[in-house]
Design a protein. Sequence first.
Length: 234
Amino acid sequence: MSLRERARAAEREQRQRIDQARLAERVKIAQEMHDVLAHRISLLAMLAGGLAYRTDLGPEQTREAALAIQENAHQSLNELRAVLRTLRDDGAVEAPQPNLTHLDALFGEVRAAGQQVEVDDSIDGRESLPAQTGRHAYRIVQEALTNARKHAPGARVTAELGGRPGEGLRIRVTNPTRSGSASGPGGRLGLVGLAERTRMAGGTLSHTIQGGRFILDVRLPWEAADRDPAGDSG
């Protein structure tokens, strides 16, 4: 192969790498937008449903519900802008991004909207969890709560979080199954998105129904911190 042919082949390979990077970026943006908007829209549906069907609300309670709907609508737009703003041209996601430290706020938010959530958090050494893994973990919990609202509205959800460096991170979310409950638009897209998010994080996902409860189990890798060689010397 001549030098010119090798140069052309190298140029073609470079274009292919650029095209693949652009495709990966589009997938990443679509995943983030789905997770953010699905969460917000399902909260809006819950709040609006309560406003539409409850006849015992007084004027002040009705006003509070309307304000909560307005706030979530504004928040959805702000979060969507943040997703687009924090994605650089090279495809990397910049800070700030949600992580495990934001989960308490997430649980508080969905409870305020009417979702019943019990949390069992036994994570050890969370400060050493890589930022990227923390972001994926947050989005997985967020999407799992969104799915529970769609498939089992009004049901109590249990979120169990555990793990430590070297053992991995476990996320287990369960909720009662509701026969005939409306799954809403894109019924199974939530599980597809969760599987893709887990795959991106290098983890594994399983789901099953046992004893009338839907069980989602996610395992994410969490490497142990490297030990300082100097500290091992006698």
